[in-house]
Design a protein around this ligand. Sequence first.
Ligand SMILES: Cc1cc2nc3c(=O)[nH]c(=O)nc-3n(C[C@H](O)[C@H](O)[C@H](O)COP(=O)(O)OP(=O)(O)OC[C@H]3O[C@@H](n4cnc5c(N)ncnc54)[C@H](O)[C@@H]3O)c2cc1C
Length: 355
Amino acid sequence: MIRTDTDLQPFNTLTSAARAKYFAEATDYQGLHEALEFARRKQLPILPLGGGSNIVLTGDFPGLALHMGLKGLEFEPAEEGATRITAAAGENWHQLVMNSVARGLGGLENLALIPGNIGAAPIQNIGAYGVELKDTFHSLTAMEIATGDLVEFSAEACQFGYRDSVFKQSARDRFLICEVRLQLPGSWRAQISYPALQQYFAETGQALESLTPEDVAEAVIAIRNSKLPNPVHIPNAGSFFKNPVVTGEQYQVLKQRYPDLVAFSIGDDWKLAAGWLIDRAGWRGFARDGVGVHERQALVLVNPGHQCGGKVVALAREIAADIHTKFGVELEAEPRFYPDSLPDSPGAGRQSTSA
Ligand SMILES: Cc1cc2nc3c(=O)[nH]c(=O)nc-3n(C[C@H](O)[C@H](O)[C@H](O)COP(=O)(O)OP(=O)(O)OC[C@H]3O[C@@H](n4cnc5c(N)ncnc54)[C@H](O)[C@@H]3O)c2cc1C
């Protein structure tokens, strides 16, 4: 059933007020076809919605907001002791992780407590604590918005990168992800190379060789709870910026100026911790007119005043401009803005927030 003039505040974790001209909840393929047919007839743009934890609503949406509520979760044995998980788009990501570790299955535990639903996980190849979705991804089924056809995507076809996939590039706005299949390996080794995990297990004194996937998930949950604001209590969209990648040369110049710079080598290039740059520039804990920067994690912009997304983006732009002035580094926003252009700034609001 299609609703009109619908409040989207409950559908974004930043809790920005915005209205959709039309809204539909699709719980099966028939519902998806009907919603797409309606949008085609009226030539409406579509905003696919999962948990709303990686979007910024900068104004009212002039098309059809489509909540992807397809349900279904299956675990089955695959070759060489592996386990195949088939999950519909509307299943909750964290519940899937906890369901797997409760079965003793390893591979997803480092991705515990990432908010949102399965359908959105491939869009930015979700990642945390040294693991990304692509490490256990098998394939997915998506519905082409223009035709309603179902299309299969292999891991290769998804073109996964750091917080990136084909669905943010050439296939942007062209598909609704309906079902995702993951393959968990038969043999498992804990991925605990991240310093925060090493420190956690050093403190708990647990023997590293006898860790279970559940132990690692518990560690990840404890670390995340100590650092990141829960969007239920403090509205936010997680990390607001990607970690910028710079050349070895740029890294050396910055490292000389800032010996405590936090960065990770990726081949010849370096990935800088955006949170460190923002913190070092003095923004952590900043608050103005109901929006701000989280006091424990400078990478997270918060919206305790339930302000419109435009205000959050304006703050993000200010921060990005300051980081550019101070460090010569461009910051790129991680969440997607809807609508893409901000009313107060024509042509703005794309993914890059640098000045
Ligand atoms: C506190 C917090 C912590 C976070 N931590 C992490 C982290 O550690 N790592 C990480 O990678 N991310 C993190 N995120 C970001 C976010 O949780 C993930 O990107 C998540 O996958 C978004 O899921 P969602 O269902 O909420 O997507 P939404 O916000 O609803 O949608 C995100 C994008 O995907 C599109 N989309 C959603 N569903 C579909 C579908 N079925 N088909 C096609 N397009 C779709 C939307 O249109 C939008 O463009 C965090 C967010 C928060 C609030």
